[in-house]
Design a protein around this ligand. Structure first.
Ligand code: BGC
Length: 749
């Protein structure tokens, strides 16, 4: 595996940098070295005397969660002017989907399938965070999200390694800019390395069991892409991966990340994940935890102090070799050098744009529009036409809640800065349309039905009903957010009650995950899945509902029918008894006292079948798209050459729209069984009504490569299938062969 080759000029600078690092290391005491490996929380708007003292003494290398510009300036001044070596601090913050201007949650951004929009969102976030003195964000999170019970799927970039890779690269470009040392660039941190998303049953922090082939072919791919894209840092996962917690996992941190991928940036633990090695049961005490984490290659410890407390003795006793300590410190110093911190005084640049300015809000609006997925639109109830409406009922606790629409992992956004749905709908509807609101339920979790009558009263006189339901921010994200049910509280009952009125019923779901909505969907006429859309969610949703813009989001995850189906994702392996629609026997068709073998003999759930409610990649618009004339430039692909897949995409409907054309590949026979199909390329295309365009995808053997039985990456010769269309169930198919040339080597994807 090779990382991207840096251009020559960088090599020269890298040489200088290494010299500089060696020179600094030679001047550092043991305590100062360990100080560089120490990341502690800031005081939140002031500098606690103990923190000031530690910074002066060189015992702190980085601070997190301090965003008061004056305080950050003072912290940096202490490090630069009052510590012996004057090394500035890394200042970290979870800038996950915006700083003051909040963009859709990462899962929503993934629904845009647009690297350009994702890059712009990260750029805006970086500019706003840098203005507060932050120089390091703990994003992107690229854990593969195949289990919506896990609350942190909200933060990830979907279920697919290729989509997550392309969007992670874009996010890194946005955060880090052309040059990390430029004002407005901040260091990115790809996390959580690795396997966090595969925690058992979606319970946050639970153990992960992943065969190495699966780890490499699925979960590590976006990390490798992030490293190749030049990500500055990597955060270890809380997970116990196959019995070795990630923070002390030499296979992950040393063999794969450093040796195979050539990563030379900074590896940071997750919050207290070093002492937690003892809680996992890998070590007996903090001393052993510090040793195991350091030996595995975890450079910096987040918030806990086992390195401070135990590394001095461990190094003196040569249990951690001095060379290992120096390598860890060098990784931190290299990151600071790349940020330009050792070259110039870290100043809060007055030239950076003000947060929440019009351009930033416009970018958040565009991202929100593109993130919303239209899943159902019977009888074309959408878009609403203000000229034909007399009155509109808006119902639901999420219709006018600036806090909830921002979503999880927001520390610096403010509810009062959010533009919510209800006023945006009022503005779009115009004065001729009476817009009436009822909450329906108190919160999305409430079980009480006291508000139903008022909701019905509002809805029964309206020409159409917009229901804004789903889950509050706190129900996704970390800690408490693992959930096992579909839509929470009394919301499904509210939908059922309103559905009885027979009015056009439009459900807008705001949620941090794929909810199981099989029972709700048949009762509504239209369904817009809006995730948690951020600061500009209100205008974005109102404009979509009124057709000022057309929906163009596509699902970055499969939407399950029932929670019992999860994990359900399109790129599953085949099994020896694959399910087949004709073989699925509905539960009520099974005769009483059926014999053992009479209930089919394939892989599916009796009460949910084997397909999701909506597949990965799915999404409608206010127009329709057709695919035809799938063609390959050749029937044979040689290693080292390329194959062009082309398809004609036509806007077959009445108005302009954007489609996401998706290309999937399947490897029917391989030395390790492969997923039924895998996304290899995609393109967002804008088409006027009636317009036809030919879309080309270029494939090489690298797109077909996988880690085989020996864990090496290579593509195997043989037949491949390719499908192109609008979601993971695309049926337009072609075939080609990958053929061997003499002397090929292993191939990176
Ligand atoms: C989370 C990380 C986060 C860190 C710092 C941890 O609890 O798992 O994702 O970056 O805290 O806030």
């Amino acid at each position: 595996m090779t990382a991207t080759q840096p251009p020559a000029v960088r090599v020269e600078r890298a040489g200088e940098a290494e010299w500089r690092i060696a020179e600094l290391l030679a001047r550092m005491t043991l305590e100062e070295k360990i100080g560089q490996l120490t990341l502690v929380p800031g005081g939140g708007g002031h500098v606690p005397p103990s923190l000031a003292e530690e910074i002066r003494a060189g015992r702190i290398g980085a601070v997190l969660n301090e965003v008061d510009p004056g305080t950050v300036t003072e912290l940096q001044r202490l490090a630069r002017e009052e510590s012996r070596l004057g090394i500035p601090l890394l200042v970290g913050r979870d800038v996950i989907h915006g700083f003051r201007t909040i963009f859709p949650i990462p899962l929503g951004q993934a629904a845009t399938w647009s690297p350009a929009l994702v890059e712009r969102g990260a750029r805006v976030a970086a500019l706003e965070a840098a203005a507060a003195g932050v120089n390091w964000t703990f994003a992107p999170m690229v854990d593969i999200g195949r289990d919506p019970r896990w609350g942190r799927v909200a933060e990830c970039l979907g279920e697919d390694p290729l989509l997550a890779s392309r969007l992670a690269e874009a996010m890194i470009r946005g955060f880090q800019g052309e040059d990390l040392a430029q004002p407005g660039s901040i260091a990115a941190c790809v996390k959580h390395f690795a396997g966090y998303g595969a925690c058992e049953a979606g319970r946050d922090y639970a153990a992960t069991s992943l065969p190495e082939t699966e780890l490499r072919n699925v979960h590590l791919r976006p990390f490798r892409a992030a490293v190749a894209a030049g990500v500055a840092s990597v955060m270890t996962s809380f997970s116990d991966v196959n019995g070795l917690p990630a923070t002390a996992n030499p296979l992950l941190l040393r063999d794969i990340l450093r040796r195979e991928w050539g990563f030379d940036g900074l590896v940071v633990s997750d919050w207290e994940s070093v002492p937690q090695l003892a809680v996992h049961g890998l070590t007996a005490d903090d001393r052993a935890s510090a040793r195991e984490a350091a030996l595995a290659g975890c450079d910096m410890e987040m918030t806990s102090r086992t390195y401070t407390d135990h590394l001095p003795a461990l190094v003196r006793a040569a249990e951690v070799p001095p060379a290992q300590l120096d390598a860890m410190v060098a990784n931190v110093l290299r990151t600071k050098l790349r940020l330009g911190l050792l070259e110039r005084a870290p100043a809060l640049s007055v030239t950076l744009p003000a947060p929440l300015n019009d351009a930033h809000r416009a970018a958040a609006y565009e991202a929100a529009v593109a993130s919303v997925v239209l899943l159902k639109n019977d009888r074309a109830v959408l878009p609403l036409d203000p000229a034909r409406l007399r009155s509109l009922a808006v119902i639901g606790p999420l219709a006018d809640d600036g806090h909830e629409q921002m979503g999880t992992w927001v520390f610096d956004g403010r509810a009062e800065d959010s533009a919510t749905i209800l006023p945006a709908l009022r503005a779009r509807a115009g004065e001729q349309v009476e817009v009436r609101y009822a909450r329906g339920v108190d919160t999305t979790r409430s079980l009480g039905q006291e508000g139903f009558d008022q909701a019905v009263a509002v809805a029964q006189d309206a020409d159409a009903v917009v229901l804004c339901l789903g889950e509050e921010s706190i129900l996704s994200g970390k800690r408490t957010a693992a959930r096992t049910s579909g839509s929470p509280g009394a919301q499904a009952a509210l939908v059922a009650r309103l559905a009885r009125l027979g009015k056009p019923l439009i459900l807008v779901v705001l949620a941090g995950r794929a909810l199981a909505l099989a029972e709700v969907v048949p009762q509504v006429d239209a369904l817009l899945y809006a995730w948690h859309p951020g600061t500009m969610g209100g205008p974005a949703i109102a404009d979509l509902l009124f057709g000022v813009s057309a929906p163009s989001g596509r699902l970055p995850v499969s939407l399950p029918r029932a929670v019992g189906q999860v994990p359900i994702y399109y790129a599953q392996r085949r099994t020896g008894k694959p399910a087949w629609p004709a073989q699925v026997i509905p539960l009520d068709a099974i005769p009483a006292r059926a014999g053992q073998t009479s209930v089919g003999n394939t892989s599916y759930h009796l009460d949910a079948g084997f397909t999701p409610l909506y597949p990965f990649g799915y999404g409608l618009s206010y127009t329709t798209f057709g695919y035809a004339a799938l063609a390959l430039s050749d029937t044979v692909l040689r290693r080292r050459s390329a194959l062009v897949v082309s398809v004609e995409v036509t806007n077959t409907g009445p108005r302009a729209g954007e489609d996401v054309v998706q290309c999937y590949v399947g490897d029917p026979v391989a030395s390790l069984t492969r997923p039924v199909r895998e996304l290899v390329a995609f393109a967002r295309v804008a088409l006027a009504a009636g317009e036809r365009r030919t879309v080309h995808f270029t494939l090489t053997a690298a797109d077909l490569a996988f880690h085989g039985r020996d864990h090496r990456l290579r593509a195997e010769a043989g037949e491949f299938r390719v499908w192109v269309g609008g979601n993971a169930e695309a049926t337009l198919e072609a075939r080609f062969h990958l053929v061997d040339d003499a002397g090929h080597g292993d191939l990176a994807r």
